[in-house]
Design a protein around this ligand. Structure first.
Ligand code: SF4
Ligand code: SF4
Length: 440
């Protein structure tokens, strides 16, 4: 694609980066066929190619964002399916991240939209605040129906509907500490305990620690780590995202220097995509660029890390058919497609892949709150495809997808690592009815 940025514009390194990305796009439109919003809405402006044109026009003309571009960029899930499809290697992720930051700096959203985004940015990344917000949401739930009629308050209704009826107690695994390997130590990793996941489903990190310890891997939960910053990053709140990234880089670099790390293990693929991008996000910060690149290189999804270990024979044989839902951040963001399925099959599960596996379930961070209608259409399509497999349960590697799919699916939705922990000697995950396993 030809561009006409001036030398002055290109002196801004963010613009220069976006220009490089834009020039790679050859307008072929292959990406439109696999874009969930284009598939759902059928509007070229809600396709990757359409959004690329809108972003180009906004940046080239040095214009503040307007209502039209905000509408179509807000509808983008950042699922990155377009990046998997694109034959020209267009880095849509970095382009849309730049566009979102530009929108945040130049566009004044309507008051209610601004307030809802502020509330999300203030609560979701902080487990204590998020826990308190979920308790409040329980009180507000009976009013969800009333609010549904007010279009400006649809995100609030979606928030109330998504809030679980009860919140599990906080897990000791979420606190900073060291979990010593059983037997001879074969490795040492840091675990990102995360923000929303540690509140909604603390059992995921508990299963991870148990499994890794049994496999001889010491797990540290470093003092000072917190939310990866993805939630605010996708809202264009760059300063907040970079502050979160720096805090984590500091916490993990301390661990690298003190005891060495074989990996930084992440159990939510949405966080993994962002942490693997820290090196890029902090590239202009001389104090952090090198450290952030080291951290990104060490970041591994739990299945990616487990696949590097020499696993024993499973201790139970779970006679179950599992529909594996590959989160967008797993398959498109991190290009991890093989390992979760292979690990599940090796552990004795029969793995089925639902149709249209490349399409997002509509969760996408805060998307199911901010764009509830498109999100619900994508969720229903996803659940229909999953249920058509005839599987007994769903396995996936991202808390957002678990919450989204479980909100309507009739079958249990379980994190992949919880199933692996079970097969290798841990407790059976909640919600799976007996009898399903035979001892080996
Ligand atoms: S990130 Fe997903 S929703 Fe956004 S343009 Fe690409 S394919 Fe479409
Ligand atoms: S597939 Fe790639 S090159 Fe083709 S229109 Fe989409 S982004 Fe551009």
């Amino acid at each position: 694609m030809q561009t006409t940025f001036s030398p002055t514009q290109l002196a801004d390194p963010h613009v220069a980066e976006s220009e490089k990305i834009l020039r790679k796009c050859v307008h072929c439109g292959f990406c439109t066929a696999t874009c969930p919003t284009y598939v759902t809405l059928g509007n070229e402006l809600d396709s990757p190619r359409g959004r690329i044109y809108l972003i180009k026009d906004m940046l080239e003309n040095g214009r503040p964002a307007d209502k039209e571009i905000v509408t179509h960029i807000d509808r983008c899930l950042s699922c990155l399916s377009c990046m998997t499809t694109c034959p020209s290697g267009v880095n849509y992720m970095h382009l849309v991240d730049h566009a979102r930051a530009h929108i945040e700096q130049t566009y004044k959203r309507p008051l209610v939209d601004r307030l809802i985004r502020q509330v999300l940015a203030f609560t979701l990344p902080y487990p204590r605040r998020f826990r308190a917000a979920l308790s409040l949401a329980k009180l507000g739930r009976p009013f969800a129906g009333l609010l549904a009629g007010m279009s400006a308050l649809k995100p609030l209704t979606a928030m109330l509907k998504l809030a679980p009826a009860s919140v599990p107690a906080a897990s000791p695994v979420s606190r900073p500490g060291r979990h010593v390997a059983n037997g001879e130590r074969r490795g040492r990793v840091a675990l990102l305990t995360g923000c929303a996941q540690s509140v909604l489903e603390p059992g995921i990190n508990e299963a991870t620690v148990r499994l890794l310890n049994r496999l001889g891997v010491e797990v540290v939960v470093p003092e000072g780590e917190g939310c990866c910053g993805a939630l605010v990053h996708h809202m264009g709140k760059e300063d907040a995202a970079l502050a979160a990234a720096r805090k984590n880089v500091d916490a993990w670099v301390r661990q690298i220097e003190q005891g060495g790390l074989d990996a930084i293990v992440i159990t939510a693929s949405g966080c993994g995509t962002t942490i693997k991008d820290y090196g890029f996000m902090l590239r202009f910060d001389p104090a952090y660029a090198e450290k952030a690149a080291r951290v990104s290189a060490l970041a591994k999804d739990i299945t990616e890390f487990l696949a590097t270990l020499d696993l024993p024979e499973p201790s139970v044989k779970p006679c179950l058919t599992v529909a594996y839902h590959s989160a967008c951040s797993m398959q498109h963001g991190q290009k991890i497609t093989r390992q979760p399925k292979e690990l599940l099959a090796r552990a004795g599960f029969v793995v089925k892949e639902p149709r249209e596996g490349h399409l997002c379930c509509g969760s996408a961070g805060t998307y199911n709150i901010l764009q509830p209608e498109i999100s619900a259409r994508l969720r229903d399509r996803k659940v229909k495809n999953i249920e058509a497999t005839g599987a007994a349960l769903v396995a996936t590697g991202n808390i957002g997808c678990i919450t989204q799919i479980a909100s309507t699916a009739k079958l249990p939705v379980v994190h992949t690592v919880a199933l692996l922990d079970w097969a290798y000697g841990g407790p059976k995950p909640k919600g799976i009815a007996p009898p399903h396993a035979t001892a080996q």
